[in-house]
Design a protein. Structure first.
Length: 560
C-alpha cells in the first residue's frame, strides 16, 4: 500500500508530501508534514485529469463550511491549495495507525464476538455523524475506503463530502463508481443533500456490516444501481435469517427511497441502537414510484447500448474483411523469402553465435552488454526476437551478452522503512527477506533493526539481504504527577501482539538502580490490552519482562 513519493514534493513551500496511503476513483491520499507548524498531516490530491479551474472553484466554495471544523474522530480540513494544475486538500493527521473498515471486518469476522463488535461499530459511527449533524454539516462520503479503525480502537471518518462533490460535478461522464451503492436516489436525480442523505448511506453501511452483503446487486455501476432501485432492496432477514425484526426494520427504514420516510435524526438512531427508544413499526416501501423513477433514463440508455452494439458489429465486419485482404497480400509478397527459426544461443560465446547467425542469413543489428549472476563473461544471455520465433532471412536480431557477475557494496538499511529499502535497492536484483519482527526501544515500528550481510560488505547483485523489522515499543508509561516528595503515580499501558497465544507479563520497580521488586504479574493472550496505575518511588525506574525476557527499561531516562 505504501508507495514512496518524491522527497522534494512540496505544496506552497509548506506541506511536504511523503507516502501514498491509497488511491480512490477521484483522489489519492498521502501522509504529509506541515513544515511551518511542525506536525503531521494527510494530503488529498485530486487526480490531475479531473482538475480544472471550474472544478477547483466548485470544490473550494462547497468545502468552505468544513475548513477548521473540529469534530472528534473526523478528518479536520486545514487548508485548500490550487496551483493552477493540481488541487490539494490538507487534513490534520490523527497520529495513529489506521485500518480501513473492510480490512477490520475481515479481521474480526471469525471472532466469537463478531456480531457484537459490528453492532458497537455502528453505534460509534452514528455518534460521530450526530456531532456533524449538530453543526449542520453532512458527511456525505461513506465508503469502505473512508471509514477507519485506529490502533486504540476508535472509529475515524475520513475526508467528508468528496464523493458527493465529484459525483455531482462529473455526473454526465461517470458510470462506474466504487462507492455508488451509498448514494441515495434523490441525489442521483437532483443532487439534493441533507442529513437524510447521511441517514440513507448509514443504512446501507448498517446493512453491509450486519448482513455482510449489499442491499443491491449493483456491480459498481450507477446505471445498474438505478435499475436496482426500481425493484427495491432485499430485506435483511432474507439475507440473514438470524437478524431480529427490530434490527431488520431499523435498517430497512434507514434506506427508504423517500427521504421523509427515513429516520429523522442521528440522535434518534443512537437511541434506537442503545435500546432507549421505542420503535413503532410502520409499513415500509422500498420501491420507487414509477412516476418518479429512472425508467425513461434506463430506456434511453438501453437504446444507446443497442446502437453501439450494432455499430460494433458493422465495424467488426469491416475489420475482418480488411484483415483478409492484408493476409492475401502478405502471402503473395513475402512467400518468396525463406523462413528460419531463432536458435537457442544462451550461454554460447559471442563469436560462435555470430557464425550461426551468418549461416542462417540473419543480420546482427546490436549487441548490449549486461551483468549476469550465472552466465560467464563474453557469453550470450538472450537473443531478440526470442528463441523459437520464425522470421524471414535478412531480418536483424539483437544480442545481450554477459559482463559477468557484479559485486555491490551492501548499503546500510538500519532504521529504514520497507518502502525506503525498496527505493535504495531499486534497479538491482537483490532480494529482501524478512526474517522476523522484534520489539525495539530505540527503533520505531516498521523500520529495520538488523540486516545480514552487514553494511559495507560486498555481495553479488543477485544475492539476498535478510532483515529484521521492529515491532515498535509495545509499552507506554505516562507520569500522573507526584503524590509527595517521595512517591509518584505512573500509568503503564501495554498492547500484546499475536505472535504467541499466551504471554507472561511482569512489571518491576527498580529502586536506586539496585533493589528490584515486582509490582505486577499476570498472564495475557494475543491482542489483549493492559493498562493500570502504580505508585512508585520518585527515583525509581520501570522494567518489563515478557515471557521471562527483559523487553523494556526506562532506567537511562530516569538517570537523566
Amino acid at each position: 500500500m505504501d508507495i514512496k513519493t518524491s522527497k522534494e514534493k512540496r505544496i506552497r513551500s509548506r506541506y511536504i508530501i511523503n507516502e501514498k496511503l491509497f488511491s480512490d476513483v477521484f483522489y489519492t491520499l498521502y501522509d504529509g508534514r506541515d513544515s511551518q507548524e511542525s506536525f503531521d498531516v494527510y494530503i488529498l490530491k485530486f487526480h490531475s485529469l479531473l482538475v480544472s479551474p471550474q472544478f477547483a472553484e466548485f470544490c473550494i466554495e462547497s468545502l468552505q463550511d468544513y475548513l477548521y471544523q473540529r469534530v472528534p474522530n473526523v478528518f479536520q480540513l486545514l487548508d485548500i491549495e490550487y496551483d493552477g494544475q493540481d488541487l490539494f486538500l490538507v487534513y490534520k493527521n490523527e497520529n495513529v495507525s489506521l485500518m480501513s473498515l473492510d480490512l477490520y471486518l475481515n479481521k474480526i469476522k471469525k471472532d466469537s464476538g463478531s456480531a457484537e463488535k459490528r453492532y458497537k461499530l455502528l453505534l460509534k459511527i452514528a455518534k460521530i455523524i450526530f456531532q456533524l449533524e449538530e453543526q449542520r454539516l453532512i458527511f456525505g462520503n461513506f465508503s469502505l475506503n473512508n471509514i477507519f479503525i485506529s490502533d486504540d480502537h476508535r472509529v475515524i471518518l475520513g475526508p467528508a463530502k468528496i464523493n458527493l462533490l465529484c459525483l455531482e460535478y462529473f455526473y454526465s461522464k461517470i458510470d462506474v463508481f466504487d462507492a455508488c451503492v451509498f448514494i441515495p436516489p434523490e441525489f442521483l436525480k437532483s443532487f439534493k443533500r441533507s442529513i437524510q442523505t447521511d441517514v440513507y448511506s448509514f443504512g446501507v453501511l448498517a446493512y453491509y456490516i450486519v448482513c455482510l452483503n449489499w442491499p443491491y446487486e449493483y456491480k459498481n455501476s450507477i446505471f445498474n444501481l438505478k435499475k436496482a432501485f426500481m425493484k427495491g432492496p432485499k430485506a435483511c432477514q432474507d439475507v440473514n435469517s438470524k437478524i431480529s425484526d427490530k434490527l431488520n426494520y431499523f435498517i430497512m427504514k434507514s434506506i427508504q427511497f423517500k427521504p421523509e420516510d427515513r429516520w429523522a435524526s442521528f440522535r434518534l438512531i443512537i437511541g434506537i441502537l442503545e435500546g432507549k427508544e421505542t420503535v413503532k413499526f410502520e409499513k415500509l416501501s422500498n420501491k420507487i414510484d414509477p412516476n418518479h423513477s429512472f425508467s425513461s433514463e434506463i430506456s434511453e440508455k438501453k437504446q444507446h447500448i443497442f446502437g453501439r452494439f450494432f455499430s460494433i458489429i458493422v465495424n467488426g465486419i469491416a475489420v475482418v474483411g480488411l484483415s483478409i485482404l492484408l493476409y492475401v497480400g502478405y502471402q503473395a509478397y513475402f512467400s518468396k523469402y525463406s523462413v528460419v527459426e531463432i536458435p537457442n544461443v544462451e550461454g554460447i560465446a559471442l563469436e560462435r553465435v555470430k557464425n550461426t547467425l551468418t549461416e542462417l542469413q540473419l543480420t546482427l543489428n546490436k549487441v548490449n552488454y549486461n551483468y549476469h549472476p550465472s552466465i560467464a563473461e563474453g557469453q550470450v544471455i538472450r537473443i531478440e526476437p526470442p528463441v523459437g520465433r520464425r522470421i524471414k532471412q535478412g531480418r536483424a536480431v539483437k544480442l545481450f551478452v554477459s559482463k559477468g557477475k557484479q559485486e555491490l557494496l551492501v548499503p546500510s538499511l538500519i532504521s529504514k522503512t520497507l518502502s525506503e529499502v525498496q527505493f535504495i535497492l531499486e534497479g538491482s536484483a537483490i532480494d529482501i527477506e524478512m526474517v522476523d519482527e522484534e520489539f525495539s526501544t530505540t527503533i520505531e515500528k516498521g523500520r529495520v533493526i538488523s540486516q545480514m550481510p552487514l553494511p559495507n560488505q560486498y555481495m553479488f547483485d543477485n544475492g539476498k539481504i535478510q532483515i529484521i523489522l521492529s515491532k515498535g515499543l509495545p509499552v507506554r508509561i505516562d507520569s500522573l504527577g507526584p503524590l509527595d516528595n517521595d512517591y509518584k503515580k505512573v500509568q503503564i499501558s501495554f498492547e500484546f501482539d499475536n505472535e504467541f497465544p499466551e504471554y507472561k507479563f511482569e512489571i518491576y520497580e527498580v529502586i536506586n538502580n539496585q533493589q528490584k521488586q515486582q509490582i505486577f504479574s499476570g498472564v495475557f493472550y494475543e491482542d489483549d490490552y493492559f493498562q493500570d496505575e502504580f505508585v512508585i518511588n520518585q527515583s525509581s525506574s520501570i522494567e518489563i519482562k515478557l515471557n521471562n525476557n527483559l523487553i523494556y527499561t526506562n532506567q537511562d531516562d530516569e538517570d537523566n
